[in-house]
Design a binder for this molecule. Structure first.
Ligand code: PEP
Ligand code: MN
Length: 267
């Protein structure tokens, strides 16, 4: 169902009026984790001032250690929803278990399925049975074929609004947190009719690489860029090393807009 052979035209996913997959690049910015109303709202203010339509933030955080901050859960979804309404932003947030899905639906606009859950088939099927768009991340060590099959699980249950997200894969290379597989973008766009985004934050794990990698994503034809922004990364409860503070984010986004203009990328 997700194959280009089945459907030649590009799928366009409409989230809060943002047409992901149409004419150029969409942006999903926001903190790694929802920590408080004030924290999310500070980032949301900056996003909405740029005329953007989407915000991300994790309420259920899949952390490597059980002793690290696990997220605010339902309270976090409520914060996202309130801030989203106030600032006119659609909310993208990760759900980690089918049991949380029903309750979450009233607060969110896009169900994110994280790298660690790309082959959680019960979660994929449950998301596929909803009418919310799904942002599916590539697994930590998933092949492109496995990634496409995960999207197929979602669509097999009737949900056609799927956004694929390359977020780096595990290799022997230690210079970056993961290895951004930039060629996955054109391959996924050839093989499927779905929009493809690139998460520059989790793929690099390095603030100094966010801008060049976002430019590469845009240049290679990605439909969207995801990056993490926190009002004060030095006190963030997760991913301190890689989130941008707001002035850095402002400069990052300005630079991308300049780049897009220079190369005539629409949006
Ligand atoms: C995230 O986007 O918050 C996240 C945890 O990313 P990933 O699933 O790609 O590691
Ligand atoms: Mn993160």
């Amino acid at each position: 169902l997700v194959s280009r052979k089945k459907k030649a035209e590009d799928t366009i996913v409409n989230v809060n009026g943002e047409l992901i997959g149409k004419d150029g690049t969409s942006f999903v910015y926001g903190p790694c984790a929802v920590e408080s109303y004030e924290q999310v709202d500070a980032v949301a203010k900056s996003i909405s001032e740029k005329g953007l339509k989407l915000i991300r933030g994790g309420a259920y955080k899949p952390r490597t250690s059980p002793y690290d901050f696990q997220g605010l859960g339902l309270e976090g979804l409520k914060i996202l929803s309130e801030v989203g309404k106030k600032r006119g932003l659609g909310v993208v947030t990760e759900i980690v278990t089918p049991g949380d899905l029903d309750e979450a639906l009233e607060y969110i606009d896009v169900i994110q399925i994280g790298a660690r859950n790309m082959q959680n088939f019960e979660l994929l099927k449950a998301a596929g049975a909803t009418d919310k768009p799904v942002l599916l991340k590539r697994g930590l060590a998933a092949t492109i074929d496995e990634f496409i099959h995960a999207a197929e699980y979602i669509m097999s249950k009737g949900n056609e609004n799927i956004i694929l997200c390359e977020r780096g894969i595990r290799t022997y290379e230690k210079a970056t947190r993961n290895t951004l597989d930039i060629s996955a973008v054109p391959i996924l766009k050839q093989e499927t009719h779905l929009p493809v985004m690139v998460d520059v934050t989790h793929s690099t794990g390095r603030r100094d690489l966010l801008l060049p990698c976002a430019k590469a994503a845009i240049a290679i034809g990605a439909d969207g860029v995801m990056a993490e922004v926190h009002p004060d990364p030095s006190v963030a409860l997760s991913d301190q090393q890689q989130q941008m503070d707001i002035p850095t984010f402002d400069a990052f986004h300005d630079e991308l807009l300049k780049f897009m203009k220079q190369y005539d990328v629409v949006k």
